[in-house]
Design a protein. Structure first.
Length: 306
């Protein structure tokens, strides 16, 4: 196949890899969600499942050497923790692989690991191994293993018509504010949700609200209606930035209507959840109702690597 990656885009590449990937018994959820879900027991008897996720960061794409090394390390692990949160799980063990130029200062590497270790300690994650190689630019890859009770597992595929759509925080301007390097993964919010409610679908917002909502809708074969005035924005963020900027790492999730109403009315001092819309028929796509009640269809857009 002579087609270039730039001609098909990141998500088409993922689908191509997904089609060719072998599957064996024990795979509950393979390629195509925030984390893979596997079971080491035959059948559906296991009460707990294993979550596997990995994220790679490259200098010049995700960060520059002028950024604080501790923040780079923080983000490297935080991205993976956010994926575990999106599945309703608890993070456990991580391996960290690092590609670095030979002339990189040792202190820079130490500070990156300081950022990783500080966040790992906060979420009781053990760093248990990894790999190091020489590389022209800094590349850091974290692979994280977590677990989730079968009854608490949330994927992208369960959203149903009339479900309420929520996010866990303000959106937009993540790069401009530095949030993309300092965000705290929404593990606690996720655990609260799966313990007290039954989310039907969930994802973390890394590519942008509309792009990641589209992943839920594709997996769930559904559409969505959003309300402009309900979408929480970072101070000074435009609507376009709230809809399309990536790396917010808030959770986007759906709840059955009665549960959504109950969550909306809860006054929880620890967490704030924002209702932003509802699930509709797939044929309606993604629509936005503005402050005057006018409705328009939104194009699916967001960050892609190719």
């Amino acid at each position: 196949m002579n087609t270039q990656l730039s001609q098909i885009g990141e998500f088409a590449l993922i689908r191509l890899i997904q089609k060719k990937a072998p599957r064996t018994r024990g795979v509950v959820q393979g390629i195509g969600d925030d984390a893979a879900v596997v079971s080491f027991r035959e059948g559906r008897g296991a009460s707990s499942l294993v979550l596997l996720t990995t994220d790679m960061m490259a200098e010049g794409v995700h960060f520059t050497r002028r950024m604080p090394a501790r923040s780079i390390g923080h983000k490297a692990l935080a991205c993976n923790l956010s994926d575990i949160a999106a599945m309703g799980g608890v993070p456990r063990f991580a391996v960290v692989s690092l590609g670095v130029p030979a002339d990189l200062r040792i202190r820079f590497v130490e500070e990156m690991y300081d950022g990783i270790n500080r966040l790992a300690k906060r979420f009781s994650v053990a760093i248990v191994g990894g790999d190091t190689i020489r590389c022209p630019k800094i590349t850091i890859n974290v692979a994280l293993l977590g677990e989730v009770k079968r009854k608490e597992l949330v994927t992208r595929a369960g959203a149903r018509k009339k479900d309420r759509i929520f996010v866990t925080g303000a959106l937009g301007r993540s790069f401009k504010t530095g949030k993309h390097l300092s965000f705290i993964p929404r593990i606690a919010e996720s655990r609260f949700l799966v313990g007290s409610f039954q989310p039907t679908a969930m994802i973390d917002i890394s590519d942008g609200l509309i792009a990641d909502l589209a992943h839920i809708l594709e997996a769930s074969r559904a559409g969505a209606c959003l309300y402009e005035e309900k979408i929480p924005r970072t101070p000074q963020a435009s609507l376009a930035e709230a809809l399309g900027d990536g790396e917010d790492f808030e959770l986007l999730f759906t709840l059955p209507y009665p549960q959504g109403e109950r969550l909306r009315k809860i006054r929880n001092k620890r967490f704030t959840f924002y209702p932003i819309g509802e699930i509709v028929d797939q044929k309606e796509g993604i629509t936005l109702v503005d402050r005057r009640g006018h409705r328009r269809t939104l194009a699916i857009r967001g960050f892609e690597h190719f």
